[in-house]
Design a protein around this ligand. Structure first.
Ligand code: F6P
Length: 328
């Protein structure tokens, strides 16, 4: 990294998340501020391979801070997993005169970026963007706060109908390997039980807790289930199991799905994304590479991409206790 950087490329990759546009906007405008050229790469690593680039000026990112999704589009590129694909990507970056790259995404995105740095010694900085919040080295990932608010709003609505009909609802929320969304929305929406991959409560405890709820006079119940739950059954199997063994429950299942990834970002996510976009550009100008920028205890922080991928972002155990106490 001896040459001064004159042009930075930015891409979004993997699952999209609300706030990615605010991050792109901050990257583009920080480049303008520091008098560096900026190019947007469409469709993540696939666009790098195909040379799908566009010069971005400050005006290209007008009126996007409030928009969900990503204006640069996203993709999960199989070709980038091959050496040939990565060589094509490197050649396109060189041809375009790009001196550094900012990647916005989750651990799959960072894994690809790390490989690229090792092979070509190309400067890269990561920005954590995923609703799952499963990245080590930042308190929150971009999109997580918005997803929490979306899910809580929906569970509140489901509770209205659950309570009118005295029903037991199993609600599946996203989080392939992590229970952050389930745990926090479960507490926020007052769920009776929360099932997350990090904590296998077992079927017996679930049944016991539902029964106790009935005995205490609860007429309806909400169980929030993380899609990556490790209880050994998916949300439909769980509902079937309870239905077969306890026929007096009137059970319904709701899988919230991809609506959790959409929508206008919350103010928190817009500010987080703006801070991280600026920090990513400044980190590269500081001649640092192979790191992810995050916000820890309300300060901008940096962690090696390797650690961001390998280390676990632990759930807060205190929240498990809060959930248990408040669902009595
Ligand atoms: O963005 C992360 C995530 O929402 C996971 O929780 C989920 O398993 C996955 O994306 C599904 O994404 P897709 O349908 O795009 O593969």
């Amino acid at each position: 990294m001896n040459q001064p950087i004159k042009k930075i490329a930015v891409l979004t990759s993997g699952g999209d998340a609300p706030g990615m546009n605010a991050a792109i906007r901050a990257v583009v405008r920080a480049c303008t501020y520091y008098r560096i050229d900026c190019v947007g790469v469409y469709r993540g690593y696939q666009g790098l391979i195909e040379g799908d680039f566009e010069q971005m000026s400050a005006r290209h990112v007008s009126n996007v801070i409030n928009r969900g999704g990503t204006i640069l589009k996203s993709a999960r590129s199989l070709e980038f997993k091959t050496k040939e694909g990565r060589v094509k990507a490197y050649e396109n970056l060189k041809k375009e005169g790009v001196g550094a790259l900012i990647i916005i995404g989750g651990d799959g995105t960072f894994t690809g970026g790390l490989k690229f740095i090792k092979e070509f010694d190309f400067p890269i900085v990561g920005i954590p963007g995923t609703i799952d919040n499963d990245i080590y080295g930042t308190d929150n990932t971009i999109g997580y706060d918005t997803a929490l608010n979306t899910v809580v709003e929906v569970i509140d609505k489901i509770r209205d109908t659950a309570s009118s009909h005295n029903r037991l609802f199993f609600i599946e929320v996203m989080g392939r390997d992590a229970g952050f969304i389930a745990l926090n929305t479960g507490i926020g929406a007052g769920a009776e039980e929360i099932l997350i991959p990090e904590e296998n409560i077992g079927l017996e405890k679930l049944v016991d807790s539902l029964k106790k709820g009935r005995e205490k006079g609860k007429t309806s119940s909400i169980v929030v289930v993380s899609e990556g739950d490790k209880i050994g059954k998916n949300v439909f199997e769980l509902a079937d199991y309870i239905g077969e063994n306890y026929p007096d429950y009137d059970i319904r299942v709701s899988v919230l799905g991809h609506m959790q990834r959409g929508g206008s970002p919350s103010c928190y996510d817009r500010v987080l994304a703006s801070r991280l976009g600026v920090a990513a550009v400044e980190t590269l100008l500081d001649k640092k590479s192979g790191v992810m920028v995050g916000v820890t205890n309300n300060e901008v922080s940096k962690v090696g991409l390797e650690n961001a991928i390998k280390m676990n972002h632990e759930i807060n155990k205190e929240l498990l206790k809060v959930a248990e106490i408040t669902s009595i």
